[in-house]
Write a protein that binds this ligand. Structure first.
Ligand SMILES: [Zn+2]
Length: 214
């Protein structure tokens, strides 16, 4: 039973909130494709084409039920990511576009960062769909960069927000999160991905995930 008063307000479409044009869902690029494992080109032109790419990334991320997406995950060689951490329980969650991000996290080898918190929590990637393992990340992170119009932006957060900023900034450097997990968990990650691979059509999320046969 649902109490009407408890039904959350619908979250405004992120693309519209940011003034982006209509977007098209694109197929997800998977780990193993060269563009996932090399640094992306800095964004230098802030035109309608870039806004359309950002819009495509938002609708692709939505279709895939993700909270963050990097440009190489839709096949574009540009250092841009999008994120949307709003939800029924998180109306204040952040949403945005970041180009050419500079990530700030404590350096674990720096004695001055000894008081900083690191947290191991479940992490997954839309480019290795269906697989999740614990990954150690800085509890607090911030990024600065520019948005799709070239205007300066900066975001800071903890928990899932910090994890998302670190995960997406890594993608733009050509780093996937398996690089941050020990070998045993990395093997588990790939086994999980293999197990669920048949549920994801080659053009997912253009075609939706297939319901597993029970
Ligand atoms: Zn990812």
């Amino acid at each position: 039973m649902t109490d009407m008063a408890e039904v959350p307000e619908p979250v405004e479409d992120a693309r519209e909130a940011l003034g982006l044009p209509a977007g098209t869902i694109r197929p997800m690029v998977h780990w193993g494709q060269p563009i996932m494992h090399r640094p992306l080109a800095p964004v230098t032109t802030f035109d309608a084409g870039l806004a359309t790419l950002a819009a495509d990334m938002f609708v692709t991320m939505d279709a895939a039920d993700g909270v963050g997406l990097a440009a190489n995950q839709v096949g574009a060689d540009l250092a841009m990511f999008v994120f949307d951490l709003r939800g029924p329980g998180e109306p204040e969650g952040a949403v945005g576009v970041v180009c050419n991000p500079v990530l700030s996290v404590p350096d674990p080898d720096d004695p001055d960062s000894a008081g900083q918190a690191w947290i191991s929590d479940s992490e997954g990637c839309l480019s290795l769909p269906g697989a999740f393992v614990p990954c150690k990340r800085a509890l607090i992170a911030s990024v600065s960069g520019v948005d799709h119009t070239g205007a300066p932006v900066s975001y800071q957060g903890s928990g899932l927000m910090a994890r998302c900023l670190q995960h997406e900034s890594d993608h733009l450097r050509g780093v996937v999160f398996a690089a941050h997990v020990p070998g045993r968990l990395r093997r588990k990650l790939h086994k999980q991905a293999e197990r669920y691979a048949s549920e994801f059509p080659p053009d997912w999320p253009v075609s939706p995930r297939e319901e597993p046969l029970v």
